[in-house]
Design a binder for this molecule. Sequence first.
Ligand code: KG4
Ligand code: ZN
Length: 329
Amino acid sequence: MLILSFESSCDETSVAVTKDGKHVLSNEVLSQIDIFKDYGGVVPEISSREHVKGIGFAYTKALEDAGVTIDDIDYVAVTEGPGLIGSLLTGINAAKIVALNNNIPFVGVNHLSGHIYASMIEHDPVFPLLALVISGGHTEMVIMNEDYDFNRIGSTLDDAVGEVFDKVARIISLPYPGGPLVDKIGKEGEAIYDLPRPVINSNDYSFSFSGLKSAVLKLTEDLNKEGIAYKNEDIARSFEEAVADVLYKKVKKALKEYNFKELLVVGGSAANSVIREKLSNGFPDIKVTFPQMKYCGDNAAMIGISAYYKIKKGLFDDMSLQAKSRLDL
Ligand code: KG4
Ligand code: ZN
């Protein structure tokens, strides 16, 4: 089964062709990161315009790279939400027109399920599993007993993991998106600062990272005020360790309560080296899986892979599908 998929929920315009819910034949990703570096974050209006500009090229390139034509495609899939409405609309409109014009069945996909299924590219999961989604917009813990069956057990009360990386990056003068840069300089630093681990011992699976961000801000302000020299590398590393500790502790708690055999760590911040190390070494009794680095951030391949399992469950959409800024799993 060949699926042509579209992703445009935030600042990547992406089109992919995937096969049988496991293999990626092509995955064209046009990133807007270079544009938003100078703005300190995504500007929705500019993002929408960039999607409109790039979608046609991404579509042609995805088919070309996969060595197929539209006549070979069995299904068209698209991210329906959550995301920026103006950005989502470009992908949704393009997908609808392609599906309608070529008489191809059409399916909308939740972006978060896409992130989860990014870890299943060329990989067979072991159910039941726990998916830890850590992206720019979301931090969620989801139990899956079988394919396309999502039971959310916890999420963040305020900032998402990727969001707090970006905000901390700004505090130490790194451009958007700060996650990869905090990761990079943190490798040269030591965790010498004792930062809070908010709600680490709470009785549930909620997260809260805005207090950690405030603590980093206060720390740098105090050090500056007192004229004490410090290295941003050490701030970055101390911050990363705090985030990784919280994630580790929540997964450890879930492991006691739920009987799962595999942990999937997915989303943009699943690329982080400190988080990868802590979580991959922390649970010797279960399988711990991360998507390949190129599938951690937003991309259409993960949407096509996820769509396959939605279709297998007999779940379809029609041309009335709407863009949704908020959408739970
Ligand atoms: O999943 P994603 O591409 O977009 C959303 O769905 O939000 O995630 C983007 C987020 C950004 O906040 C970015 O800073 C973060 O992922 N990120 C990282 C790393 N690479 C990307 N965070 C920590 N360490 C990284 N290496
Ligand atoms: Zn994402």
